[in-house]
Design a protein around this ligand. Sequence first.
Ligand SMILES: NC(=O)C1=CN([C@@H]2O[C@H](COP(=O)(O)OP(=O)(O)OC[C@H]3O[C@@H](n4cnc5c(N)ncnc54)[C@H](OP(=O)(O)O)[C@@H]3O)[C@@H](O)[C@H]2O)C=CC1
Ligand SMILES: O=C1OC[C@@H](O)[C@H](O)[C@H]1O
Length: 398
Amino acid sequence: MSSVLGFIKRNYRAAYPPGPRSAPDNLNSPKIRFGILGAAAIAPKALLIPALNHPEVEVYAVAARDEKRAKEFARKWNIPKVHASYQELIEDEDVDVIYNPLPVGLHYEWTMKALQKGKHVLLEKPSADTAQEVTAMFELAESKGLVLVEAFHYRFHPVLQRAKAIVDSNELGKILNVSATLVVPSGMFSPDDIRFDYDLGGGALMDVGCYTMNFIRYITSSDPVSVNTAVYEAAKNPKASPETVSKVDRMFKATLSMPNDVTATIHGDLAPPYRLGFIPNVDITAVIECESGTVEIYNWVSPTLYHTITITQKDDKGKKTTRKEKAYAFGDPGQGKGEDWWTTYRYQLEAFMDRLKGRQPQTWISKGDSVANIQWIENIYQEMGLGSRPKSTYVHDS
Ligand SMILES: NC(=O)C1=CN([C@@H]2O[C@H](COP(=O)(O)OP(=O)(O)OC[C@H]3O[C@@H](n4cnc5c(N)ncnc54)[C@H](OP(=O)(O)O)[C@@H]3O)[C@@H](O)[C@H]2O)C=CC1
Ligand SMILES: O=C1OC[C@@H](O)[C@H](O)[C@H]1O
């Protein structure tokens, strides 16, 4: 009963967070002003709601291709300033940070333009279509002393760090295999969603697959050494040309070799067939198999809602014992800030602001991490025979 109450309380507070308690050390300094590129569906969850509870953040402006749409979005979310174009937004001198939740194929162009204008960027995942573009974005950010991060929100949540700590403690011995699955229910995205558009950087491996790739690399603290198998099923988009739609994977599955004889499996699906023709198919499970047991994380991507870490240990005689853990907040205050109702996005915003303010973020996603992640996604697309998503046609003029 208490866990049901906990579930309700936690998720109510995540959706309707209380106002900030206080600003850490700069009560009198102005808030950092964020501007949003596009009236994107993810913006409320990823930024607007978490910002309500961050003492240093103001979501100040939004731009959309259609000004009317931007105005409606701004009214709904109490955003004071509306811009009629993305260009106008990045030129707004009152904006400090650009949140970029555009389709992946537009990430490079608008991140480069925003950085060039001196803005920090919180960039949605996956960071861009190619490793070359990701490298260029980070190099520009570095040269200008600006913060740029790929918004792998799930990495900022305590549950991931707890699962990794269990594995790293060696209590279950060496890792043998890591598998990460992110299968979202059919019907979540319409056939003409950006995720099914090749020219916009679509594909399940890009969208849900970037998390699974990131997960296996994070847990093993390493990059793959080879792609062993890679299969996919193509998406069906009635509006797309037969030539481009055949390059968009609705479902992917790949096996990889990691260093030290570790193997990895990743699997994702944006529209899985219903079970028995009517039961929605969902799978958000990651399993780390070790020499003497397993660690399984249920709901590793949206853990605030609900999650479990199941640790199964085998003794010398093969007898199994199981314990379950949860980690909605960091175990001890020195480990990191937060409350059990903080979403992955709220933890992420905390780290972003710490970095921007010159404080030590609890954790971070580095340039090397983002570059390697997309490089290995490109390698899998190569193995599938589909090739990388198209490089941006935008030419950066420094
Ligand atoms: N961190 C997370 O948990 C999640 C991250 N994402 C990422 O965020 C991004 C946006 O996803 P999501 O919010 O679901 O997508 P939406 O389709 O809701 O938003 C994309 C936005 O891109 C703009 N846009 C610009 N050009 C185009 C174009 N040619 N076609 C379509 N849209 C265009 C639109 O802005 P306008 O308003 O100007 O028309 C639209 O609002 C993606 O990069 C995705 O990978 C998505 C979901 C979850
Ligand atoms: O968190 C997510 O889950 C569903 C995906 O399609 C989305 O893009 C992703 O970021």
